[in-house]
Design a binder for this molecule. Structure first.
Ligand code: TYM
Length: 332
């Protein structure tokens, strides 16, 4: 069975962008693949975090994975810092990755521009992501568009590592593929449909969080920026706002873009937005009820403990193979 690894940072409550681009796929793919879903808390500390908040958000994100439908009997769900192999492998990846490659990452370049003080981890963070993926020998990595460069970096690292350290004709690491939904790999801000929806946006109206109440969802969709033509059609260049809402509608309803355009051919934006809000609420509301129970329950701790122990088995095996290959095994 082919394997999947993916993760989300506990750096805030995930948005419907995270859901459409990644989390929805976690659930959809778990029957067909052996899946490892990680709460990547070590990634979150590349920017300053409040310890109490980080603790709470880590638990909260794990509960959200499960409430959204990730089944712990099928998937391995765990927290990154519970599996030391991630940090151990990341050091090897850092030492075998040219600095220039990390400096070229657009996410790094963007963040450096926005932040006053920049920690070293912000630059080396993609090496930790490479480590995450290779430790599980993942074939497929479900992520949104913004992670494309990081997956390319991983593929490049795997090729170099196998070339330089594997016995001729053998591979130590698996080269992963990116898995991004055909449309929905980049959900845009509700207030500025030319920029990506982000959980750290200072404007609360720009995103819907997975824990927003129904009233907030309706309000935010109602105030989403559209255009003045009044025509519902899919045209991301000319009608970025409506096209973004159509993409969200499609992901939450399972309907195709074409059938939605057809259905709303004679409707105005008001009706379309009211229906879209209902569709989002119909997914979020039952999920939130499950989330509340899980978050409070010690079952969650058991699931994460069990997940970490399963994850360690595979991760430690790959780590040992990598260490042996680069010359850390010195005993006779
Ligand atoms: P993070 O936590 O920023 O985002 C989690 C996932 O959500 C996707 N995403 C989006 N998809 C569509 N539209 C959007 N507006 C949107 N915003 C975010 C992201 O692409 C991502 O898939 N580096 C990763 C976490 C990570 C990881 C990994 C992922 C660490 N190690 C190993 C996969 C495999 C990150 O910061 O995602």
């Amino acid at each position: 069975m082919e394997r999947i690894f993916s993760g989300v940072q506990p750096s805030g409550i995930p948005t419907i962008g995270n859901y459409v681009g990644a989390l929805k796929q976690f659930v959809d793919l778990q029957n067909e693949y052996e899946t490892y879903y990680c709460v990547v808390n070590q990634h979150a500390i590349t920017v300053p975090q409040n310890p109490a908040k980080l603790r709470e958000q880590t638990r909260s994100l794990a509960a959200l994975y499960l409430a959204l439908g990730v089944d712990p009997n099928q998937a391995t769900v765990f927290v990154q810092s519970d599996v030391p192999a991630h940090a151990q492998a990341a050091w090897m990846v850092e030492c075998l990755t040219p600095l220039g490659q990390l400096e070229r990452m657009t996410q790094y370049k963007d963040k450096v521009q926005k932040q006053q003080s920049v920690q070293a981890g912000l630059l080396t963070y993609p090496a930790l992501m490479v480590a995450d993926i290779i430790l599980y020998q993942a074939n497929l990595v479900p992520v949104g568009d913004d992670q494309t460069q990081h997956i390319e970096l991983t593929r490049d690292f795997v090729d170099r590592f196998n070339r330089d350290f594997a016995p001729k004709g053998k591979e130590i690491l698996t080269r992963p593929e990116r898995y991004t939904p055909k449309s929905g790999g980049r959900i845009m801000s509700l207030q500025d449909p030319t920029s990506k929806m982000s959980k750290s946006d200072s404007n609360q109206k720009a995103f819907i969080s997975l824990l927003d109440e129904p009233k907030q969802v309706t309000k935010k969709i109602k105030s989403a920026v559209t255009d003045s033509s009044g025509v519902i059609s899919y045209d991301p260049e000319e009608k970025a706002g409506i096209s973004n809402l159509l993409t969200i509608y499609q992901a939450f309803s399972g309907q195709t873009l074409a059938s939605l355009v057809d259905q709303y051919a004679n409707s105005g934006y008001g009706q379309f937005k009211a229906d879209l809000a209902e569709v989002i609420i119909s997914v979020l509301e039952p999920m939130q009820a499950k989330y509340q129970k899980l978050y409070q329950s010690s079952d969650l701790d058991d699931i994460l403990r069990q997940g970490a122990s399963q994850a360690k088995e595979l991760a430690n095996q790959t780590l040992a193979d990598m260490e042996a290959a680069i010359g850390f095994s010195y005993k006779l």
